[in-house]
Design a protein around this ligand. Structure first.
Ligand SMILES: [Zn+2]
Length: 367
């Protein structure tokens, strides 16, 4: 997310969004869940999701200072073993309960539909259901598109029941934070709630010390702790947790940290899943949607970055599990899904229709 402006920003401005499915493709109907947990892992590639650590990058001292230690942790001969070592919850639990899209080895593709392949355009697409040619950079500029979280917030039964916790501090712009919006806490902003408790106070105290570094991306662990505390205290129906450290590590050229942050994200997802499955009102009644905002370079010398001119940047993935989603695991069907389909997928998951008054991409076709 570090890169501010795409080199082809002006050129791409004049292009129209590519054709997106606007009517639901054939597939299973959504069985409404009561709650949704959305988790994004910024700039995390489908290659690592489906095949685990990359042999060239985990063996290269330039990107992985201690190659032998990292290989002990994350290397195995088969991609199936490697991905389980890297993302154990995703592959041992979620894949056995839900569906994973984007393994291009089987021709199953997920792409972003925006031309810029940067974070703001990506998150805009995820939450508004359409790419916006005018959103071409990561500048702190207020989004003029309504997002699905805001739409749901204004539907009966959702008021005060939607919350977003993100590591990156640009989300208040992406998600149109205002006095009438749902709860948003981003970057190193203090968590301000109407019933502060010891946990929130502690999180805010820790943040105050770190804020000196003026980082745009908060430590994911703090984002996660704040989100989980809020989940326990306020019981939102829709929770969005936006993690950001994978992308930061990749831009820094640190493949070891990129893997470590992904592994930590997997643990956070496991923790949230465990809480959900042991809490009345959430158990068997909550859908998880996990994805990323963009891919990154697929070549060994390009993986650190992403953008219009870096091949592989538009390739992403989506994982889902919850009520009515058959345990089909990784989908091996040759088909195409787009990031823009996630907005309507979130709405359909809770029995709502974000496409009633606007043209947006159809929901993901479940198997
Ligand atoms: Zn980035």
């Amino acid at each position: 997310m570090k890169k501010l402006i795409s080199p082809v920003m002006l050129l791409a401005f004049f292009q129209l969004p590519q054709a997106l499915p606007v009517t639901p493709p054939p597939g299973r109907d959504y069985v409404p869940a009561k709650n949704v947990v959305i988790i994004t892992i910024d700039g995390f590639r489908w290659q690592e999701i489906f095949s685990g650590a990359d042999s060239a990058l985990i063996s290269n001292n330039k990107f992985t200072p201690d190659t032998s230690l990292m290989k002990l942790m994350y290397w195995a001969a088969s991609p199936f073993e490697r991905r389980e070592k890297l993302m154990p919850f995703l592959w041992n639990v979620l894949s056995k309960k839900g569906q994973l899209f984007g393994n291009r080895t089987y021709g199953n593709k997920v792409n972003v539909a925006n031309d810029y392949v940067l974070s703001y355009p990506g998150y805009n697409e995820i939450f508004t259901g359409m790419p916006d040619p005018e959103i071409s950079s990561n500048r702190k500029k207020m989004n003029h598109n309504q997002n699905v979280l805001d739409y749901l917030h204004r539907q009966p039964g959702f008021d005060g029941k939607i919350a977003a916790f993100t590591s990156w501090d640009i989300f208040p712009y992406i998600l149109q934070e205002s006095e009438s919006s749902f709860f948003i806490n981003s970057g190193y902003t203090s968590v301000t709630v109407d019933k502060p408790n010891q946990a929130f106070t502690l999180i805010n105290e820790v943040q105050k010390d770190i804020i000196i570094e003026k980082q745009a991306t908060r430590f994911d662990q703090l984002t996660f702790l704040a989100a989980k505390e809020y989940l326990q205290q306020y019981k939102p129906r829709i929770l969005f947790v936006g993690l950001g450290e994978t992308d930061e590590a990749a831009h820094d050229g640190r493949y070891d940290l990129y893997l470590q942050h992904a592994n930590q994200a997997d643990k956070m997802i496991a923790d949230l899943w465990y809480w959900v499955q042991t809490t009345p009102g959430y158990k068997d009644n909550t859908t998880f949607i996990i994805t990323t905002d963009h891919g990154r370079g697929s070549k060994s010398n390009k993986w650190t970055s992403h953008g219009s001119f870096i091949g592989g940047s538009s390739q992403t993935w989506i994982a889902m599990a919850g009520p009515g989603i058959l345990p089909a695991g990784e989908i091996k069907i040759n088909e195409q899904q787009y990031q823009a389909q996630i907005a309507q997928t979130i709405a359909k998951t809770v029995g709502e229709d974000f496409g009633k008054q606007r043209t947006i991409a159809a929901e993901i076709s479940l198997q």
